[in-house]
Design a protein around this ligand. Structure first.
Ligand code: ATP
Length: 254
């Protein structure tokens, strides 16, 4: 079976995440997409993120009706075992231990997160662990994606320059870049202009309907729990106007 690891903060999960998973599932014949919310150590939350349980619950609601989309608490379990936040490399290696011979694991990631990959823990090793599927968000070109690779894997400057000038916009969907033991598949047909940052801000505005961006079940959950609402005092819940802090899948304990 083909399966994908889809990591993120998911604070909250939204239509863009589901669209990415749907598109990747179709193109790569994925039998399972694991939605893996990052465990954020309490001292790093700074009241900026909704608690893990809330983020997990919203993923469960958002993936209803998609039998192959599975919420996974693996990062929480690894954190509980080791007592320290883990990196994507460890998560991927742990997942791979349970794979059957015929299984193939992909790392599914949005291009904006991928642009930071050289800052992730042992990025080159991670990139060699499994194929990556990089999903487009508007405004990125193939040259930029290749340029974001860690230095030892990055194509030479002249190659990058040629890629930038030759490619207008994102690479064609289905394009594959393969070199130095790294394989990147590019997924272009995902262009949902929605982000969790935008949703947290919108949720802070009383009465704003978010059903179309997160789906009715998640919107109802957010209303009932008053997630992201200003003045919300519940532990682990985001303050409406707190500054967004980057929390990317590979950067678990930077
Ligand atoms: P935030 O606004 O808080 O940074 P986000 O909307 O980017 O959040 P994350 O949980 O950080 O959501 O994203 C998880 C993964 O999904 C990342 O790889 C991210 O690039 C990707 N992703 C999120 N939204 C989209 C979208 N609209 N289109 C394509 N990829 C997306």
């Amino acid at each position: 079976m083909n399966l994908a690891f889809f990591g993120g903060t998911f604070d909250p999960v939204h239509r863009g995440h589901i669209a990415v998973a749907e598109s990747a599932s179709k193109r790569f014949d994925l039998g399972k997409v694991l939605f893996v919310p990052a465990e954020l150590p309490p001292h790093k939350q700074h009241q900026t993120f909704a608690g893990f349980a809330h983020r997990m619950a919203m993923i469960a609601l958002a993936t209803q009706g998609h039998p192959s989309f599975v919420p996974s608490d693996i990062e929480r379990r690894l954190y509980a075992q080791s007592g320290k936040p883990n990196y994507s490399l460890e998560t991927i290696r742990t997942l791979k231990k349970d794979l059957k011979k015929a299984d193939k694991l992909y790392f599914l990631v949005g291009v904006d997160a991928f642009m930071e990959i050289s800052t992730w823990h042992r990025a080159a090793d991670l990139l060699r662990e499994c194929d990556f599927i990089v999903a487009n968000r508007p405004g990125y070109s193939l040259g930029e994606i290749a340029g974001a690779l860690p230095e030892q894997l990055r194509p030479k400057a002249e190659v990058l320059k040629a890629m930038r000038t030759r490619t207008s916009g994102f690479a064609k969907s289905g394009a594959v870049m393969s070199f130095s033991g790294v394989t990147l598949h590019l997924l272009e047909d995902v262009s949902e202009r929605v982000s969790s940052t935008q949703l947290r801000a919108a949720a802070a505005t009383a009465g704003k309907r978010l059903d179309s961006l997160v789906g009715p079940a998640v919107a109802e959950y957010m209303r009932k729990t008053r997630l992201y609402r200003e003045g919300q005092q519940e532990e682990g819940v985001a303050r409406a106007h707190s500054k967004k802090k980057s929390r990317r899948p590979g950067a678990a304990s930077d």
